[in-house]
Design a protein around this ligand. Structure first.
Ligand code: DAH
Length: 339
């Protein structure tokens, strides 16, 4: 009996020492101490032991059981320590590693200036209007008093989708669409994409952006137009900006004008930026033609208005001294990060 117990104890020691995780440890516990385990089996043989020896053997069995339990506890501790060490090692953080370089995105230069533009006009009580880029010939030309034989209608200039549908070549159609749906007083700006069948070069792109402005109310005069545009120019280009208005012709305004600002680089002296002119053309404008007011369902006897149209790219190129329009659309981050 004694020998058997010693055998079991030795076997348990060997087996437990091999248990490398808690599952193996459990299996070993069942094998030696479980109900069907080896020690229990041995106890069943107690009846064959002489009565006077039973307490001694009983004591021995208990000692062996206690020793096995101690070994299990110790082994369990070893397994837990090993698991913790492994976890610490695998989750270790090297605080000396350099951080990952996160580059922040930036606003596109067109949006930088467009947002300033919007802020100026929203501050003056204007709201923002929109119109479709795929536009009816009627709104793009007809309703704007651009007759059938006007050169602007030439298919060279505009992308026609059908006889009556065109990719809008200007944002001016938003004027008529707005007048059709809103009653005066009207005070809107309409930024958006426009399309022209131009060959791509440093100053031309078949897609670019314009911002339209329209004000219609009672007693609107040319001086209102001049006042608001001069104020806008000073806000965008600086308080000391000098502007001038030159007579011009647009079919949808009468009278019409172009507004120039005095060259902000040479202050009128003449330099490469203003091509020796001393002035830089900024926008077209004028008093809304009575025919256009009528097309918008507004009585020209009762109301008058002014309108203006600005090319966004040209404005931004001047502002940031960008000499090639194609840079706006290439999205080269080396370019975009400069603004
Ligand atoms: N639509 C004109 C163009 O694309 C720009 C323009 C000029 C708009 C005068 C206007 C305006 O509203 O009054 O060249």
């Amino acid at each position: 009996m004694k020998e058997k117990l010693q055998g079991i104890l030795q076997a348990a020691k060997d087996e437990l020492a091999k248990a490398a995780d808690s599952r193996a440890l459990d299996a070993a516990r069942v094998q030696f101490l479980g109900k069907k385990g080896e020690l229990t089996a041995l106890l069943k043989g107690m009846k064959d032991v002489a009565a006077e020896e039973r307490p001694i053997v009983g004591q021995l069995v208990n000692d062996v059981r206690a020793e096995i339990e101690t070994i299990i506890d110790r082994q369990k501790e070893l397994i837990e320590q090993a698991a913790l060490a492994h976890k610490l090692e695998s989750e270790a953080i090297d605080v000396t590693l350099p951080g990952e370089d996160l580059t922040l995105g930036k606003k596109h230069p067109l949006n930088i200036v467009l947002d300033e533009f919007k802020e100026i006009f929203l501050g003056l009580g204007f709201s923002i209007a929109e119109g479709p880029e795929v536009e009816l010939d009627y709104y793009n030309f007809e309703a704007l008093n651009i007759p059938k034989d006007h050169p602007a209608r030439d298919t060279q200039d505009s992308f026609y989708i059908s006889d009556s549908v065109v990719l809008r070549s200007q944002t001016s159609p938003v004027q008529v669409r707005t007048m059709e749906t809103k009653k005066p007083p009207i005070r809107i700006i309409a930024p958006g994409r426009v399309y022209r069948s131009d060959a791509v070069d440093a100053t031309h792109s078949p897609v670019f952006h314009q911002i339209e402005g329209l004000v219609v109310d009672k007693n609107i005069r040319m001086s209102d137009l001049k006042g608001i545009l001069e104020l806008f120019a000073k806000k965008l280009y600086g308080e000391d900006t000098v502007v001038r208005f030159r007579p011009h012709h647009f079919p949808f305004t009468e009278p019409s004008a172009e507004m120039d600002i005095q060259c902000y680089r040479c202050h009128g002296e003449g330099c490469p930026l203003c091509k020796g002119e001393g002035w830089i053309e900024i926008l077209g404008c004028g008093m809304v033609h009575p025919t256009v007011l009528e097309a918008g369902g507004i009585d020209p006897e009762e109301y008058s208005g002014y309108a203006f149209g600005i090319g966004l790219e040209r404005m931004v190129m001047g502002r940031f001294k960008i000499d090639d329009i194609r840079l706006f659309y290439e999205n080269d981050v080396r370019f975009l990060h400069q603004f």
